[in-house]
Design a protein around this ligand. Sequence first.
Ligand code: SF4
Length: 472
Amino acid sequence: MYNPKSHNADEFISHTEILDTLKFADENKDNIELIDRILDKARLGKGLTHREASVLLACDIDEKNNEIFELAKKIKLDYYGNRIVMFAPLYLSNYCVNGCVYCPYHAKNKHIPRRKLTQEEIKNEVIALQDMGHKRLAIEAGEDPVNNPLEYILESIKTIYSIKHKNGAIRRVNVNIAATTVENYKKLHEAGIGTYILFQETYNKESYEKLHPTGPKHNYKYHTEAMDRAMQGGIDDVGLGVLFGLESYRYEFAGLLMHAEHLEAVYGVGPHTISVPRIRKADDIDPDTFDNGIDDDIFAKIVACIRIAVPYTGMIVSTRESAECRKRVLELGISQISGGSKTSVGGYFNPMPEKDDSAQFDVSDRRPLDEVIKWLMELGYLPSFCTACYGSGRTGDRFMEICKGLQIHNFCHPNAILTLKEYLEDYASSETKKVGNELIAKEVPAIENENIKKIVIEDLKKIEAGERNFKF
Ligand code: SF4
């Protein structure tokens, strides 16, 4: 029985409800009257249920699909403006005891080099990332209680926050590690993490158990209820995601939205972010062996429908996707992207020109961060290195309240301008700096609040004079 308020994974992600939803969506995919009603509701910008959004995803009427894409673009602009938040992944260790069949870190892979960064190596990685201009990281590690115990993760977070190199600083560390206990989530919260990210991989329990044949991750219920334990441990920003390609995308889409509904129903705050990774080639992984691959058109439709269904949730796309594909989904709903990423352990300090032999997946967008920033600005986006909400305690329900009231512009837009200016002064090439300063000259007059505008103009001068870390 579907019950979003239940704490039991089999009830808040109900297989029967997903099958009913898919049937309902199939029956109504040409029902123009219903689709129009759903679109009218979506235009209010308050989101949709998993059933309503699934009808939009199934719809194959060209004219209505165009309306869906246009609405997604409008909601993206209303909630996020032209800002794109930047981050980088940092792989700490690829030791892993699990048997995930889509990941080259699986325990049976005996030829991939296993690496775990020492604190000294983490320091080198972080300095390399700071020298690129990054302020926000997502740390990644396989599940291995002996090699990567929680104490190692906590020590690493401490090391990362402690490094102040030139004008650099990592101001927000998001954490993507295996499902764990409430006690451990409390410790992560106390260590000052930003978002706790855990991909569900697939919401289909039967497939999940087959795709995770061995190791602690085999336990579907423990994995699916992890966000509840994270919330109970005090972490109020959690990031969801599925690995598209493992199961039918429509099943995953409904499951993902049910998970968001569950968090909203129980904790009053939906997911902070949703990631949309697609399965990629990696060491001993061939994506063609999975039957549910999705093409770029379906991928774009998924992004647009998620944007409409949960307008206040940030959406992340990584360098798994090509520059061309990223360009397409940026306008449809993506609010955060990684840039200059290395998906191997130790790849920033010691890059391997040919092949990252310890990488979790092949990177598609291999451009350096400076190039990505210039590209974004030339497309009309405002790259942001802002982490101010986190530093000012605007997380969880406080963040959502501001976001749902469309008030986040008052903070995010000026903060994006200020952090971009810092980036341009400290790290950008002369060409990127030129494009960036022209962009800032256009963005400042667009600040509606005169007081804020005045402060931004003063702060920009102070940044040019060498001061740092201004924020609203
Ligand atoms: S997906 Fe995570 S848990 Fe699974 S094998 Fe890879 S690193 Fe380990």
